[in-house]
Write a protein that binds this ligand. Structure first.
Ligand code: SF4
Ligand code: SF4
Length: 239
């Protein structure tokens, strides 16, 4: 049977335009909620490949929600194309490979809470693939790119060596900036109350368009351009 390595996958992901790529082994999903384990999506799954591409940070400088909306749409397209292409290439090598949508559609929707869940939580999978840790704003924080990453993924039956887990803390000690700044009071430090966020973070425009109108929890975070170490951490790193 054909074999493939984690390094080969990461190299190809980079060639296709990903800024980072990590692998999670199936064992890292042992605590996944019922129905959201990778094998519930692809029975033969042995590894989860997570791909990430970065936002242009300058997007956050514009007061216009159109700029942020445009970039978000392009990132969804980019990650979907990337995981689609990589899945095709893995199949040519003889593996099963299922691309995961980087945004919609939701597989599960709870109308009473306006709460949606995708086929797999990509940000939780990204933590398991070593790409970072979740901040109190519930966004992935990566040591190099901060919270400015969009995610895609592939489930495959290829047995791949898992990437090392991130060994840093996402949030600065005592920081609560995103919790206090959220205009919808949608953040509690561990989860996001989607029904509260939705009412603020998206809106229709007068011409019948649609924009993402809030990104405060991403923008206000001191970690949005990459990991800033606390003084304690800096001292430790400088020896
Ligand atoms: S996008 Fe806006 S409304 Fe939603 S959680 Fe972030 S700060 Fe709050
Ligand atoms: S703003 Fe502060 S509390 Fe919120 S995610 Fe960033 S570092 Fe964590």
């Amino acid at each position: 049977m054909t074999t493939i390595t984690t390094e080969t996958i990461q190299l190809r992901a980079g060639e296709l335009g990903a800024d980072c790529c990590g692998i999670a082994s199936l064992e890292r999903f042992n605590d996944a909620p019922a129905g959201f384990h990778p094998t519930a999506v692809l029975k033969s799954c042995k590894s989860v490949i997570i791909l990430a591409a970065r936002f242009p940070v300058s997007t956050l400088l514009s007061p216009s929600p159109a700029a942020y909306t445009f970039v978000r749409h392009r990132l969804v397209d980019k990650l979907d194309s990337l995981s689609f292409q990589l899945a095709l290439e893995l199949e040519l090598l003889g593996f099963q490979a299922l691309p995961i949508p980087s945004s919609d559609p939701y597989d599960c929707w709870d109308d009473s809470r306006s709460h949606g869940q995708g086929i797999l939580s990509l940000k939780h999978a990204a933590v398991r693939a070593g790409l970072g840790q979740l901040g109190k704003n519930t966004l992935l924080i990566n040591h190099q790119w901060g919270n400015m990453l969009w995610l895609g993924g592939i489930l495959t039956d290829a047995k791949l060596a898992p990437s090392p887990l991130a060994d840093y803390q996402a949030c600065l000690p005592e920081c609560r900036l995103c919790l206090t700044a959220c205009p919808a009071k949608a953040l509690d430090g561990t989860t996001i109350i989607q029904s509260k966020c939705r009412g603020t973070s998206s809106k229709s425009t007068p011409g019948g368009g649609f924009v993402y109108s809030c990104n405060i929890c991403r923008k206000i975070c001191p970690q949005h351009q990459g990991l800033k170490q606390s003084k304690h951490e800096n001292n430790r790193l400088q020896g």
